[in-house]
Design a protein. Sequence first.
Length: 122
Amino acid sequence: MAKSRTASASTLLTEIIIKGIQEKKGFEIVVIDLRNLPHAISDYFIVCHGTSRTQVEALAESVEKEVKLAIGTNPWHIEGFENSEWILLDYFDVVVHIFQETRRRFYNLEGLWADATVTQVP
């Protein structure tokens, strides 16, 4: 699969997304760097959680707004607003996973991608 952005562009996008999550007080923000893994589907996964359906939706909307304002880009694909237990925002080389806490613990994306570099955002 050909990469649609350079590594520096995906790194910048990651920073913008983190800002959007922090604006709405997302919990336990983690960046999973997939760039050195063979056959990775993106450069980064960003994972966080909220404490309620309302906060999860607000986190996703904040990310969309920050990215749109900063670089004029909308997500290529969005899933999960129906029940807001796990919202996925796909920006091709950066995929954002916003969970309710119980779903995050159940799916454990950080554990599934344990061979990648996982960085906790302070």
